[in-house]
Design a protein around this ligand. Structure first.
Ligand code: HPA
Ligand code: ZN
Length: 401
C-alpha cells in the first residue's frame, strides 16, 4: 500500500507540470467552479487481478469551451469514473438531438450550458435525464466512446473505464440492448485502433429499478465480457436505492460471469449507502467520499484495499460538497484511503480530466498517487495492468516502499 502522498519521484515532463501547478496554486488559491460556462475561474494550465482480455490542447468539439490542456506533454492519467452519456459536449449533443428527432430542453449551446448549473443533486439528475436520452442508436454510443477517447488522450489518458446506463434507454426508448452494447464495444475496438487508447466499459444499474430489469442488464453485460465489458455499476439517485438486496441476484450474475462490481455510493447517499453496498464486496466505489466522515469506515476501506473513484468538480457542481476547499479528498488521503480521479460527466460539469487531476493535486493527491490508484483499482486484465504500471513507472519513477 502506498503511503501518504508526497508527489515526489516524478520524471522530468511530469516535473515541469508539477512546477506549473505549484505556481498556479500559489497565484490562485480560492478556485471556484463556474458551472455552466464550461470554464473555471482559474487560468488554464496546465486490486486484484481481473479478467477480459497527442495533445490537441483540450480538443473542443464545440459546445461549452473546454479548459485548455495544461501541457503539450501531459503526464499519463487513468480515468475510472466517467459516464459515457455525460461526455457529449453541448454542440455534439444538439447535433445528435436533431439527427434523432429528440427535443432537448434548450436548442442552442448557450441555453443548454445555462441548464448545467445545478441547484442540488436532484436537479443535476433531472438535467442528466433530460439530456442523455438523446442517444438513440448504436452508432451514437460508438461515436461517444471514440470522441471521448480522443478528448481524454489530449490530457494524457492511458486507460478509461467508462460507465453507461442502458436500462432506461431500453425501457423508455426501446433501444435494443445489443445495439447499445455493440456500439460501446465497437467504440472500444476503434479507440484502440485509431487512437491507441485502451477503453473498458460497464453498464450501470439504476437505483430503485425492478430487480428483473437489473438482472437482464447484468446478463447482457456478461455476454459482452470478451469485448471489453469489465464490470457492473449502479447509479442514479442513491437516496432512492431502497433495499439494495434487490440487486443481489444481478450482482451475482455479474460476478459469476467474471465481471467486477463498482457501484456509486457515498456521493449524496452518505455513509449508509456505502455500508449497504459493502454486502457485495465491491471492487471499488464510484465516489465513496462520504466515508471521510466516518473513521471506522475509512479504516475498513483501507483494509479492504478499496479504491475510490473521486470526481472533485462534480461533487461541488452537484452541491454534494459546499466548496472545493471543503472537499474530503485530504481527509481520505490522510486516512490512507486510495483515491483515483475522474470527471464523472465532463460535459455536464464543464471539466476535463486534466483539470480534475490538477484539482486533486491541490487537494493533496499527487498525479502519481492518482495514477497508481487507477492502475490498482481498475478492472482490466493482467496484461493491460502490467503495461499501465510500466507507463506509470517510466513517468513517475518506481514506487517506493
Ligand atoms: N451519480 C449518480 N448517478 C449519476 C451520476 C453520479 O455522479 N452521474 C450520472 N449519473
Ligand atoms: Zn458518476
Amino acid at each position: 500500500m502506498e503511503g501518504p502522498d508526497t508527489a515526489h519521484g516524478i520524471r522530468p515532463f511530469a516535473r515541469r507540470f508539477e512546477n506549473a501547478a505549484a505556481k498556479l496554486s500559489d497565484s490562485d488559491r480560492g478556485f471556484r467552479h463556474a458551472p455552466g460556462t464550461g470554464e473555471s475561474t482559474r487560468p488554464p494550465s496546465a486490486r486484484s487481478s481481473r479478467r477480459t482480455g497527442e495533445d490537441s490542447g483540450g480538443g473542443s468539439d464545440g459546445g461549452a469551451p473546454l479548459p485548455r490542456s495544461g501541457s503539450a506533454d501531459p503526464y499519463p492519467k487513468i480515468e475510472l469514473h466517467v459516464h459515457l452519456e455525460g461526455t457529449i459536449r453541448p454542440e455534439k449533443l444538439l447535433d445528435m438531438a436533431r439527427r434523432n428527432g429528440v427535443t432537448l430542453p434548450a436548442d442552442n449551446v448557450e441555453a443548454l450550458s445555462a441548464l448545467y448549473r445545478y441547484r442540488d443533486f436532484d436537479h443535476f439528475l433531472e438535467m442528466w435525464r433530460a439530456t442523455t436520452g438523446t442517444m438513440r442508436t448504436g452508432d451514437d454510443f460508438r461515436r461517444a466512446v471514440l470522441d471521448y477517447a480522443l478528448e481524454a488522450k489530449a490530457h494524457g489518458v492511458q486507460y478509461i473505464e467508462t460507465t453507461f446506463s442502458p436500462i432506461n434507454r431500453n425501457k423508455w426508448d426501446g433501444i435494443p440492448y445489443p445495439a447499445m452494447f455493440d456500439g460501446v464495444t465497437d467504440g472500444i475496438t476503434a479507440a484502440a485502433e485509431h487512437y491507441g487508447v485502451t477503453v473498458r466499459a460497464m453498464p450501470s444499474l439504476i437505483w430503485g429499478v425492478d430487480r428483473e430489469l437489473a438482472e437482464e442488464c447484468a446478463q447482457w453485460a456478461v455476454r459482452y465480457r470478451d469485448r471489453g465489458i469489465v464490470g457492473l455499476d449502479a447509479g442514479g439517485n442513491e437516496l432512492a436505492r431502497g433495499d439494495v438486496s434487490e440487486f443481489d441476484r444481478a450482482v451475482a450474475i455479474a460476478r459469476d460471469g467474471g465481471l467486477g462490481i463498482v457501484p456509486h455510493a457515498g456521493e449524496a447517499g452518505g455513509v449508509r449507502a456505502i455500508r449497504d453496498v459493502l454486502r457485495w464486496n465491491p471492487d471499488g466505489l464510484q465516489h465513496g467520499i462520504a466515508a471521510a466522515g466516518d473513521p471506522a469506515l475509512m479504516a475498513e476501506l483501507v483494509d479492504r484495499g478499496t479504491v475510490l473513484r473521486v470526481t472533485p468538480t462534480s461533487n461541488v457542481a452537484t452541491r454534494v460538497v459546499a466548496d472545493i476547499a471543503e472537499h474530503p479528498l485530504p481527509r481520505l488521503r490522510e486516512a490512507g484511503v486510495r483515491c483515483s480521479i475522474g470527471t464523472d460527466d465532463p460535459a455536464l460539469f464543464g471539466t476535463t480530466l486534466g483539470q480534475e487531476y490538477e484539482l486533486a493535486e491541490r487537494l493533496g493527491i499527487s498525479p502519481a498517487s492518482a495514477y497508481r490508484a487507477g492502475v490498482d483499482g481498475s478492472l482490466c486484465d493482467d496484461a493491460v495492468r502490467q503495461r499501465l504500471r510500466e507507463v506509470g513507472d517510466t513517468a513517475f519513477g518506481a514506487p517506493t516502499g
